[in-house]
Write a protein that binds this ligand. Structure first.
Ligand code: AMP
Length: 303
């Protein structure tokens, strides 16, 4: 690049930018984000480069179709200048930050305003099966429709060879892997480990919603997962006991639990038993609210 990171706001500019990179023989990496860029997002860019992407495009788009009317779409942090600097530091060649109208067209923006629609029954139910139906899908019924819609559009706009997603959103990663398989997208989906603060809190754009005391209590999420891993390593194979332990740790900090489960790492179906199961195939997943301020998710392999 040499002359700094490029900001692209139009789909046509992205296509042109990608065509130029391809003419230099480069592989293309895509890192979709909603901005408020942090070390977690930066790790995805670095991973895309490690996977051979000579040109990495990060998208920064607070996607209205994945928020329900009661969620934080308006409040979601928008920090494009800082995002550009952080993405440049990580090694991205360009940031694609379209307006909602550029992404979806005026008609859709208008219909969302008029009807309050945030989603329209798209790919997630058609293709992603149980991975989209359970857990987050149950609590946020239109969420994965919005996610699969925007990510499939990004795949069509950018045409990446490799797309990196964080295990932080473990269910989203499973849904998108399934979508790519079901819809024959010709690209590699790479799942990347959760980046954590030193004290264990999973880095998230939503952490800024918490004050110091709430943040301290939120450490129970990662602590409960660590305890579950330790118990599994010590031979605990009783799912009920592991889940009770997680719940007790969360409840001790007065967190409201949305769900806390041990699931099959590929189908996300709950596991009844861990006898004979490799810890790497089992995932502890959880979602909890800190007061009514913020809803946090976290997960960990039992291995
Ligand atoms: P978001 O901007 O929150 O939609 O996240 C964009 C991408 O970054 C998703 O693939 C997330 O899973 C990933 N991500 C967010 N936080 C982290 C983290 N702490 N570690 C790794 N990946 C993350």
């Amino acid at each position: 690049m040499g002359d700094g990171i490029r900001l692209l706001t139009r789909k046509a500019e992205v296509r042109e930018f990608v065509a130029q990179a391809r003419s230099r023989g480069e592989r293309i990496g895509l890192v979709p984000t909603m901005g408020a860029i942090h070390q977690g997002h930066q790790s995805l860019v670095r991973r895309a480069i490690e996977c051979g992407a000579g040109t990495v495009i990060a998208s920064v788009f607070v996607n209205p179709t994945q928020f329900s009317p009661t969620e934080d779409f308006d409040a979601y942090p928008r920090t494009l200048e800082a995002d550009l600097a952080a993405m440049e530091e990580a090694g991205a060649a360009a940031v694609f930050a379209p307006s909602v109208a550029e992404m979806y067209g005026e008609a859709l923006v208008e219909s969302m305003r008029v009807h309050g629609l945030t989603s329209f029954g798209f790919l997630s139910h058609a293709v992603a099966g149980s991975a989209a139906r359970l857990w987050e899908g149950e609590r946020r019924p239109t969420h994965f429709d919005g996610v699969t819609m925007v990510v499939s559009k990004l795949f069509n706009i950018v045409g990446p060879d490799v797309a990196c997603f964080g295990e932080k959103d473990f269910q989203q990663l499973a849904v998108l892997r399934q979508m790519v398989a079901d819809m024959d997208f010709d690209l590699e989906v790479v799942g990347c480990p959760i980046v954590r603060e030193e004290d264990g809190l999973a880095v998230s754009s939503r952490n800024r919603y918490m004050d110091d005391a709430q943040r301290e209590r939120a450490l129970a999420l990662s602590r409960s997962l660590r305890e579950a891993r330790e118990a599994f390593a010590a031979g605990q194979r009783d799912v009920g006991a592991l889940v009770s332990g997680i719940r007790a740790t969360l409840e001790a900090e007065r967190l409201d639990i949305d769900y806390a489960e041990i699931v099959d790492a590929s189908t996300l179906e709950p596991l009844d038993s861990l006898e004979g199961i490799d810890g790497a195939d089992a995932r502890a997943i959880l979602a909890a609210r800190v007061d009514n301020t913020v809803r946090l998710i976290d997960n960990a392999s039992l291995a």
